[in-house]
Design a protein around this ligand. Sequence first.
Ligand code: NAP
Ligand code: MG
Length: 466
Amino acid sequence: MASNGSEASAPRQPTETEVVNPATGLVVARVPAAGPAETDAAIDRAARAQPGWAGLAPADRARLLRRFAAEVDAHSEELAELEVRNSGHPIGNARWEAGNVRDVLDYYAGAPERLTGRQIPVAGGLDVTFHEPLGVVGVIVPWNFPMPIAGWGFAPALAAGNTVVLKPAELTPLTAIRLGELARQAGLPDGVLTVVPGPGAVVGQRFVDHPAVRKICFTGSTEVGKRIMAGCADQVKRVTLELGGKSANIVFADADLERAATTAPSAVFDNAGQDCCARSRILVERSVHDRFLALLEPAVRAVRVEDPALESAEMGPLISAGQRDRVAGYVTGAEVACTGRAPEGPGFWYAPTVLLADSPADRHWREEIFGPVVSVLPFDDEADAIRLANDTAYGLSGSIWTRDVGRAIRVSRAVEAGNLSVNSHSSVRYSTPFGGMKQSGLGRELGPDALHAFTDVKNVFIATDG
Ligand code: NAP
Ligand code: MG
């Protein structure tokens, strides 16, 4: 920035964020943190770039997104290794995450040429609708899945003709910064996708306050999400929220108990439980409760918690010492059914832990822990299971285990959650909609309809009389 010669102001100290490897506790990078001026400059650049980006021929926008996908693919191993160092994700998971960004870009690269409106029969003329881009979209990303969540925001937003400013979490900015570079390398014009690392209260808040940002796509805590929604109200700014969860894994007595028990650990301990879809409440029909626990225990002990760079790693450390303390706070004083193993020494390790709930009032049963801790509670019958599953402010995902097809359908319809799976724990596919009911969120990401959340419908009537 040009300095004013008449003022003898001291040069501004650049602020930096230290990025820590959670598996070792060591600093692995220093990243400049944007302040309000840098954030405004990024938003201004995005606003200037937007008409040109939206004005590209649809096939050309599609081609650039495919090239971006190809760059991500060509650098997927580098991105995965970066995520292992920055986020402590097991290398296998991190490879999947980089591949997910590529796939989401490829999927939405098909959209510019298919973003059709309607022709609606009216008297006296022709009526057509257009899906117009909103302008600049602000994507705010949490630390738990830095790559996929960034891609779920920027890919459909860009495909629909918006430009994007993206704020990674302070703890995990490295892969987002690299994705921004790969976008430029692929030929996306300057200002089309700008990564702006910095504190949420500064950069994220500026996205909310700046009038040129027309939509916020936020993933993170319910607490911050509510504040963002309130802030967006002032400008009637569009907002998509993906927030917390406390999802139920409901196991009926007629289920394949062995499969239900052996898959339950991965459904909650994947990403060390730092997953908004984690099935962190296991409801088991009372008649099979003890047998289920007996089958669960060896599966929990078998989870390989180790250096995430090892090919065999199934679970890495928690993201920070603070997160580990938060998680430990839920276990203190609770009844522990069994635990797995975790490495000793440096890094923010926590062993997979199974807690027995006394009642649905228990704090560990009610609150999102965001760590490798799962609570188990028996239920009496189908109605009781549904009541307990819905006794939460959240409604993101869940699983239902039963061999009774009618029951599977009844319970799926009755559980208030956006993403359910029967006899499996699958939750997020880029080709299907994802999002929460109740306080787990607002709007849906991914799938065929996500484009509509990044556009406004415009209706045009053209008179044919006279
Ligand atoms: P958070 O504060 O909600 O952070 C999520 C994102 O929002 C980060 O990029 C953060 O930036 C940014 N942010 C923070 N304050 C903001 C503000 N005032 N305006 C705009 N953006 C803001 O989540 P957290 O503190 O990292 O995690 C706390 C808990 O939230 C977790 O333990 C977990 O329960 C839940 N959580 C849920 C998800 C999910 O996927 N649904 C993800 C993460 C966390 P900074 O990183 O710079 O603060
Ligand atoms: Mg926070």
